[in-house]
Design a protein around this ligand. Structure first.
Ligand SMILES: [Zn+2]
Length: 312
């Protein structure tokens, strides 16, 4: 036994080696741990609240400035990613949640993010959210349809919907996204857009971080920052939001939850009222009571996505 024991008594030199190996192992373990503890962030991106956007010319493939503004939108997302990473985000998912859902120039995005594109998808602008996320950034958002101010104020569809109420409160897309995230216990930590959407978001979420990239002058006019200055602001704000991520609370909505949608046209409410779960309190509106937020969200996905001439 004695000789065997001797084998394990190191000389000062082998002790040194052991110490060095131990230190290396500790550093590696620490690094792996830090990586594991990095925040997982969801960025829901819209375009109406992007720097300089004021009309449909910037918002869809038929607009003369669309290609330019896809770039600016993409750069704003990149700025948010950079800021978030600096402050400790390690995993980032972005949902392209405007128009056709295919606006972001995905080859310009860093290689370690993933992107959710196109429709339909469960939870719409929050598609892919679940309880594994630590925080949500609403980028390029705009005010809701009943807000008298804000560039391109609308909820889901400016052409088709006049109001979306949840438990009797008129909801914006921001409030709706916050509610979906809140259902999974994930807080919204930051919003970017015009001055009015930042104000509106703070009215129901409290002190979230906000980047004002333009100041609304009317439905289709604004005083705007330049893109470069907006990127700088968004990066800085994202870093600040992540650094105080523990301050934010998930947005909770009581269930069962009552949804009321008012259409601009007459026939959608007339048709939807044939469903046994749907009532029609006024000519242009429907009411649906959902047991859970998920049930409500699935109903909204159906109502905003269905038409009987769908293809393919
Ligand atoms: Zn929108």
């Amino acid at each position: 036994m004695a000789p065997q024991k001797l084998v394990f008594i190191g000389t000062p030199k082998s002790d040194q080696m052991k110490n060095i190996i131990c230190i290396f192992l500790l550093i590696a373990a620490f690094k792996a741990d830090a990586q594991k503890k990095g925040y997982k962030i969801y960025i829901s991106g819209d375009m109406e609240g992007v720097t300089g956007v004021v009309t449909k010319e910037q918002l869809g493939p038929e607009g003369f400035e669309y290609e330019k503004f896809r770039e600016i939108y993409t750069n704003e997302v990149i700025a948010a990613i950079k800021g978030a990473r600096k402050a400790g985000a390690s995993e980032i998912v972005i949902s392209d949640s405007h128009g056709n859902g295919q606006n972001l120039l995905i080859d310009k995005l860093p290689k370690d993010v993933t992107i959710i594109r196109s429709w339909p998808r469960r939870f719409g602008m929050m598609g892919g959210i679940d309880e594994t996320f630590d925080g949500v950034i609403l980028l390029g958002y705009h005010t809701g349809t009943t807000n008298k101010e804000g560039v391109r104020a609308h909820t889901f569809s400016s052409a088709k919907l006049a109001d979306v109420k949840v438990n009797s409160e008129s909801f914006s897309e921001g409030a709706y996204s916050a509610m979906i995230a809140g259902n999974f216990n994930v807080p919204v930590i930051m919003v970017t857009g015009d001055d009015k959407v930042i104000e509106e978001t703070k009215s129901y979420l409290g002190n979230v971080e906000g980047s004002v990239v333009k100041w609304a002058m009317s439905f289709e006019s604004a005083k705007t920052l330049t893109p470069d200055s907006a990127y700088h602001l968004i990066e800085k704000t994202a870093a600040k939001a992540i650094s105080r991520i523990k301050d934010f609370k998930p947005y909770k909505v009581n269930t069962p939850v009552t949804l009321e949608i008012t259409f601009k046209n007459y026939r959608p409410s007339e048709m939807l009222a044939y469903l046994p779960q749907v009532t029609r309190p006024t000519s242009h509106s429907i009411r649906f009571i959902a047991k859970t937020i998920i049930e409500l969200a699935d109903f909204v996905t159906f109502v905003t996505g269905y038409s009987n001439d769908l293809e393919p």
